[in-house]
Design a protein around this ligand. Sequence first.
Ligand code: AOF
Ligand code: ZN
Length: 395
Amino acid sequence: MGEEYREVRLPRRNLRDFFYEREVMKEPGEEKYMLRALELAGRARGLTRPNPMVGCVIVRRGAVAGEGFHQRAGAPHAEVMAIREAGKETLGADLYVNLEPCCHHGRTPPCTEAIITAGIGRVYAAMEDPNPRVSGRGGGILSRAGIPVTYGLSAESAGRLNETYLKHVRTGLPFVFIKSAVSLDGKTATRTGDSRWITGEEERAVVHDMRNGADAILVGIGTVLADDPRLTTRVPGGKGRNPDRVVMDPLLRIPHRAKVLTHGGEGKTIIVTTGLASGERAEKLRKLGAEVLVMKKQGQFIDMKELMTIFGKRGVASVMIEGGSEVAASALSAGVVDKVVYFIAPTIIGGKEAPGAVGGEGVSSLRDAISLWDLSYTRVGKSIMVEGYLRNGKN
Ligand code: AOF
Ligand code: ZN
């Protein structure tokens, strides 16, 4: 049997209308409120770290009485925002939220208390919160207080929305995804190395949105030498938060004028290298404000698994790999990749020497090719965006 074709509804700022309008029209009753909660949650994409994105809708007598979403870590939780907006209308009302209400004192007081005090009649939560301080206990407290809690409405979309948070909380490792733009014939550049830009404006807007949602962006030194990217987030409205920029550079070949070093923004620049690189160069880079992380070598490459473990411990919940082909190959073969996002542009580059998206050795038998699951296909500009998950990275 082939891979089942299915559209996964991912709330994204750029694609929100596409994903939700049809859905809301189609789904009667309760599910539409959960979809609305998801849509509200997604408005804070890239802004809630390290917290998840959470939205909430309060419904009384078939009408929405209050709505809210969590805007950033330290700000009130979604439930509290919605309860405030609903005022007296909370009594006996249904509360829809895409994550189990919390029951702990973190930066803010527990939502369970606010829900009980407000006299909410019933809670629909899309999924449990795997945070060990909550995990089932939030729901338990509400049930014991006589407020029935139903899990599972739009659980899949809820899981996708917070896929980075969920992976990091469950495993301590970051959620890793590779973003690539290829021509119709699978090339990422011409034989002379010209690679800007294979895709158009609209595709780039989606990429900036992805950067905005990532904690770190990782590239190889080849990409820095060829393209000199800034790796910053440029999203409309300027609300983007720059992720940390990570360059894999085993021999410290990075030029001091590279834009990742000079066009900082608030994100850090981390150069990952090996003991083979000169200590003098490392010092110079540190003086320029970069962090130089010296790692053991794993054969020819830097040990990606170890790198992800280090990132995870530092609180990096998501890593976006933006190229080039050797970094993609080593991340894939290390088994650290959760997801790939490919933009396929309707151009043909041709050329035996023109590079493809994944280098390394490749597999010799098709049976060993990496196949993806839970695919989605979205048209963005003139390109098709293909998203799929890897089995090894299943979270
Ligand atoms: C909710 N509603 O809107 C969010 C939740 O430090 P705090 O107080 O903000 O707590 C953060 C934790 O709360 C976070 O790790 C996650 O378990 C949960 N997030 N829970 O009921 C919300 N953002
Ligand atoms: Zn809460």
